[in-house]
Design a binder for this molecule. Structure first.
Ligand code: F6R
Length: 231
């Protein structure tokens, strides 16, 4: 693992945007892997500010709430259109598990086939949850897991509730790339900012086990961590 220590989140997001551009331009024939959430919003803003012109034709989202309308403001697909595809005027194809052509019985295995045919992903953006989740792979997830429907843990539903007008409507399930799916990317770009994430990161690095999903990725040949934490 290569670690880049930065002084603050904004500096880290700018560096991540640069690394993302370099890695995706190196293999423009391959798709990129996108994530959502606060950490990534700043990265997408930096890409837009730098007038990045994506050369890849496909992007795969890490995860999406199960059964959510793709036009809901809480849909991750919608968030990626809003913060990434739209502002960058990117016309490529955005693949999200459980959405569009993947909203079928065989959707998650079709998503895996899509990744296999178009992959490997050149660079996968990754954040980490306060409870250590990676995408929607909650603590305890199988390290060999593939794209699948999962139940969300209480803590994840609680922290995501702030984004919903009515907290009672937070979905209980999601479709997520598995840890083995994520591991297939050529480069994993993991961004961890803020003291509230420190415990999750430290636990994954110091006592990796089944309860720390990041442990499934730690031996990846090209894992790059950008953080403002002293670890
Ligand atoms: C979202 C995702 C999640 C987030 C994580 C951190 O696609 O994969 O694992 O990366 O929940 O979210 P933020 O950045 O909002 O703290």
């Amino acid at each position: 693992m290569i670690t880049h220590r930065v002084s603050n989140q904004e500096q880290g997001q700018a560096l991540a945007a640069e690394l993302f551009v370099a890695a995706s331009n190196q293999s423009p024939q391959h798709p990129v892997g996108l994530a959502t959430g606060n950490t990534m919003s700043g990265v997408y803003q930096q890409l837009v500010a730098s007038e990045f012109k994506p050369r890849f034709a496909h992007a795969f989202a890490l995860d999406e709430y199960h059964g959510i309308s793709p036009t809901s403001k809480n849909s991750y697909l919608n968030e990626l259109k809003d913060k990434f595809a739209g502002p960058l005027s990117w016309q490529g194809e955005l693949h999200a598990p459980g959405q569009g052509k993947y909203a079928t019985e065989s959707g998650n295995s079709d998503f895996e086939s899509g990744l296999r045919e178009l992959g490997p992903v050149s660079v996968q953006l990754l954040g980490i949850g306060v409870n250590g989740h990676i995408a929607f792979n909650e603590p305890g997830s199988d390290f060999e897991s593939r794209t699948r429907k999962v139940a969300l843990q209480e803590e994840t539903m609680r922290s995501n509730a702030i984004y919903f007008d009515d907290p009672a409507t937070v979905p209980t399930h999601a479709n997520t790339q598995g840890l083995a799916t994520i591991r297939q990317a050529e480069m994993l770009l993991l961004l961890v900012f803020g003291e509230h994430k420190k415990q999750a990161l430290l636990k994954s690095l110091q006592s990796p086990d089944q309860t720390t999903p990041l442990a499934a990725l730690i031996d990846h040949k090209n894992l790059v961590l950008v953080t403002d934490l002293v670890i």
